[in-house]
Design a protein around this ligand. Structure first.
Ligand SMILES: [Zn+2]
Length: 69
């Protein structure tokens, strides 16, 4: 399990990036939304899309370790 956050501001692609709590690329707390403690990145991205009603994708830096196989 890991704590996941999603960026409130979208990238130019329209995606909102999902990060784990310990990611070095995680922006300041004011610009992210806490998603909760989630077992894998796929579920975290799905939750982000539901919460924001926008498209989301996992950060390539921190969510790799939480991809389901
Ligand atoms: Zn990240």
């Amino acid at each position: 399990m890991a704590e996941f956050y999603v960026e409130i501001n979208a990238q130019s692609s329209g995606d909102h990036v999902v990060h784990t709590a310990d990611c070095s690329l995680l922006p300041s707390k004011e610009t992210v939304h806490y998603l909760g403690s989630i077992s894998n990145a796929k579920s975290a991205v799905k939750k982000a899309t539901e919460v924001l009603r926008q498209q989301a994708s996992g950060c390539s830096h921190c969510t790799v370790a939480y991809q389901t196989t």
